[in-house]
Ligand binder design. Structure first.
Ligand SMILES: Cc1cc2nc3c(=O)[nH]c(=O)nc-3n(C[C@H](O)[C@H](O)[C@H](O)COP(=O)(O)OP(=O)(O)OC[C@H]3O[C@@H](n4cnc5c(N)ncnc54)[C@H](O)[C@@H]3O)c2cc1C
Length: 422
């Protein structure tokens, strides 16, 4: 067993660091109020329902353009889309590395923008898209020219997505969609949204749910408001669908098998979330150790007290265990075929393990960093409260902690894949 990091990945990390320092950090220094303690105020357009300001969106788009031009952004995409077929292992290492640098344009927390694309829908469209869908949606998405939102959650159903109540019925050669979707991230700038609706079958069954690519300007699609969250600003919109008419060509994948697309999307996100959380946790631990060494309390460096050492030791131990399991799980995905749904589903329980442990770790480490830094840790001068607010979200989205436990239990007790709901 060889545990060393692949040399091409370590070289890429060095090149990324150089790019971030040369191109992105000067942008941050030139626009401090977008990145320091004032960030939520300059990024939030209160007059427009709390969505991100145009200035902030432009900054993110500019950073993305720079990383496309430098050849980093498309790294995880298939080669035929201009990418480099980045492996799951490489992506886990990269995500951890970027988050370990702390928040910034290279790995922006409030919109999950990243110098290396964080765009699982590219893989979903690549696997399931028709030639027409690939032309209309996939290439522009991969080029950063189009955003597509993902709409599975509803007011009445989140964890239990197979119980969703949105419906699509046949009318002539078209489909007509009805329903309400909730917390739809990025809908403020999306050109299209992937909507999941039941086309047949029974409540509680995955079979019978279909995925539709719907243009956001399709008549009947409305965004009545945005949800204001713990981690402002919010681009998580409520979306209502009233008699939204789309052609057959809007269906992504097979009719009645839309949750296959959702599976690929969440699996991709779950392991990446875990790796980002690990990196964020390590950032908090590293900075806490540095601070404890230089802060003198009762005449001694804070780091001399075992009460402080052991708290950070516990976190570092957990980080090391989570890191090794993330790498191993990502490696297993790569051995079994990389980006395909089947490869991801084969290690679904492991992905769930690293997801809930990684996300908890980030929250625990950010909370501990606030404590070690005392009053300063609680201020917005330091990024720990921001890290906490963002990573707290990961304990709910892409399947909550409890949903990850349920998925592991499904493997252990043999009820995964559509058994009786428990
Ligand atoms: C910031 C943010 C962004 C989001 N972005 C999107 C998006 O872009 N697209 C989208 O479709 N959705 C999005 N979501 C929705 C997210 O996926 C759901 O919130 C999540 O799936 C949980 O669903 P819920 O909120 O309905 O909670 P519920 O399903 O109602 O769950 C409530 C609680 O019960 C727990 N629970 C559920 N089942 C069990 C069980 N069997 N045993 C024990 N406990 C259980 C849950 O873990 C949770 O703690 C977003 C949410 C947030 C907060």
């Amino acid at each position: 067993m060889d545990w060393s990091l692949p040399p091409d990945v370590t070289e890429l990390l060095a090149a990324l660091d150089e790019f971030i320092e040369r191109e992105l950090e000067p942008l941050q220094r030139a626009n401090p109020e977008l990145f320091d303690h004032r960030r939520e105020f300059t990024r939030t357009d209160v007059e427009r329902g709390g969505i991100p300001t145009v200035r902030w969106r432009e900054m993110l788009a500019h950073a993305r353009r720079l990383s496309i031009d430098a050849g980093f952004y498309k790294y995880p995409f298939p080669a035929e889309l201009g990418g480099r077929d980045g492996s799951n292992l490489a992506m886990a290492i990269i995500r951890e590395h970027l988050a370990r640098r702390g928040p910034g344009l290279h790995a922006e927390l409030s919109h999950e923008a990243s110098v290396v694309a964080n765009e699982p829908l590219v893989l979903v469209l690549h696997e399931y898209g028709t030639p027409e869908q690939r032309e209309q949606y996939l290439q522009p998405l991969a080029n950063g020219e189009l955003a597509i939102a993902f709409a599975l959650t509803e007011p009445g159903h989140g964890s239990d997505a197979t119980w969703l109540e949105s419906r699509a019925r046949r009318d002539g050669g078209d489909w007509v969609l009805e329903g309400t979707k909730r917390y739809i991230t990025g809908i403020d700038v999306a050109g299209a949204v992937l909507v999941f609706a039941r086309t047949s079958g029974q409540q509680g069954k995955a079979q019978g749910i279909t995925a539709f690519l719907v243009g956001v300007d399709t008549p009947g699609l409305e965004i009545p408001y945005y949800h204001w969250t713990f981690n402002m600003p919010s681009d998580h919109g409520e979306v209502t669908l009233n008699d939204v008419r789309v052609p057959d060509g809007a269906i992504l994948g097979e009719v009645d098998r839309g949750l296959d697309c959702a599976q690929l999307f969440v699996h991709e996100n779950r392991i990446r979330q875990a790796a980002s959380s690990l990196g964020a946790a390590q950032f908090c631990i590293d900075h806490s150790i540095d601070y404890a060494k230089q802060r003198v309390i009762f005449g001694q460096p804070l780091a001399d007290y075992q009460g402080i050492q052991w708290q950070l030791v516990e976190l570092q131990t957990e980080a090391e265990l989570v890191r090794n399991t993330i790498y191993k799980t990502a490696w297993e995905m790569d051995q079994q075929g990389g980006a395909s749904t089947s490869a991801k589903v084969s290690v679904t329980d492991k992905v769930s393990m690293v997801n809930y442990r990684g996300n908890r770790l980030a929250c625990d480490a950010a909370d501990r960093a606030m404590q070690v830094h005392g009053g300063l840790g609680y201020t917005r001068q330091l990024p720990f409260e921001f890290i906490y607010r963002h990573h707290r979200r990961y304990r709910i989205t892409e399947g909550s902690d409890e949903l990850q436990l349920r998925r592991i239990a499904g493997r252990l007790f043999g009820f995964s894949g559509g058994g009786r709901p428990r």
